[in-house]
Design a protein around this ligand. Structure first.
Ligand code: AKG
Length: 291
């Protein structure tokens, strides 16, 4: 029996822009999903022997591998988990949700913090009806790289690009000091195995460095309300690979429906799955220049 959201949880998400769902996944699911994502990350990063110190500042925040469901079918039950996708649709008030992409965000031992940012400015999509499910396979304490969220920051009219890659701007925009959110105290959220934290695409969030000797193994699924359209011409694999023009609805085999689907039905491999879904920085996949 899957966990069902209460009306009060849905209202909490809409007020705060994030929601912790305790025990959303069973031990068996966490074990299976973690094992599948570990294999996929090992495949994608094969041959990269660099230490954390040798990596770029962005890579020091996490090893990012996206669209793992496409070339690793064992990851699909996680990316298209019916219970999580249904929760996302309820939070967004959407009749159906699609997957924008999934991604592993493995913060290595010694990895630096994740700089505070919003997600939507990386994505050429509107309206702001997206939610990310953040799954820490081993749980996450603050020492290990737990996340914090600025409650209510998704609904203050803030939509600002922060270059968390440090590639375009060595000093990214200090979003926590923006007058629209400067008075909001971050809420740190430690999680246990099986908990899932959802955040809205405009909710400002950040993560602690990993001071432990264990990798913080996190997997995310980004859902969007069916009907969202391409908002801008700048490149992004989730729209470019299926030829979506500005103003057109984002639909197709690269961004399949996650909810509702017939029980046990998982999407097949997109026709061009391959190099296009390899390791990418958020900036490379978005091609987004700060506005
Ligand atoms: O896991 C992290 O450190 C950052 C996560 C994040 O930025 C996201 O899920 O949008």
């Amino acid at each position: 029996m899957s966990v069902q959201l209460t009306e009060s949880q849905i209202q909490d998400f809409r007020r705060d822009g994030f929601l912790v769902v305790r025990g959303a996944l069973s031990d068996a699911e966490i074990e299976d999903f973690g094992a599948a994502v570990d294999v996929a990350v090992a495949d994608r990063t094969f041959g990269d022997e660099r230490s954390v110190e040798e990596k770029t500042l962005y890579e020091q925040s996490f090893i990012q591998c996206m669209n793992l469901w496409e070339d690793h079918p064992d990851v699909r039950p996680a990316t298209f988990h019916a219970g999580l996708a249904e929760m996302a649709s309820k939070m967004l008030g959407a009749e159906a949700v699609r997957v924008w992409h999934d991604q592993a965000l493995y913060k290595e031992s010694g990895g630096r913090e994740t700089d505070p940012h919003q997600d939507l400015p990386f994505w050429p999509m509107k309206p702001a009806e997206q939610v990310t499910a953040w799954i820490a396979f081993d749980g996450a304490t603050r020492d290990m790289g737990a996340m914090a969220y600025l409650p209510g920051s998704h609904s203050v009219g803030l939509q600002k690009f922060v270059d968390i890659t440090h590639m375009l701007h060595p000093e990214p925009y200090a979003i926590m000091e923006d007058p629209k959110v400067a008075s909001i105290e971050p809420v740190w959220v430690e999680v246990e195995k099986g908990d899932v934290v959802f955040h809205h695409s405009l909710c400002v969030h950040l993560a602690q460095p990993n001071k432990t000797d264990q990798t913080r193994r996190v997997f995310c699924v980004i859902y969007f309300a069916d009907g969202c359209v391409r908002a801008a011409p700048w490149p992004h694999v989730s729209v470019d690979r299926q030829g979506i023009e500005v103003g057109n609805p984002i639909e197709g085999e690269v961004t399949p429906i996650a909810w509702p689907r017939p029980a046990g039905d998982l999407p097949g491999t997109p026709s061009d799955a391959g190099p296009a879904v390899g390791f990418q920085h958020k900036s490379e996949r978005g091609g987004r220049l700060p506005g």
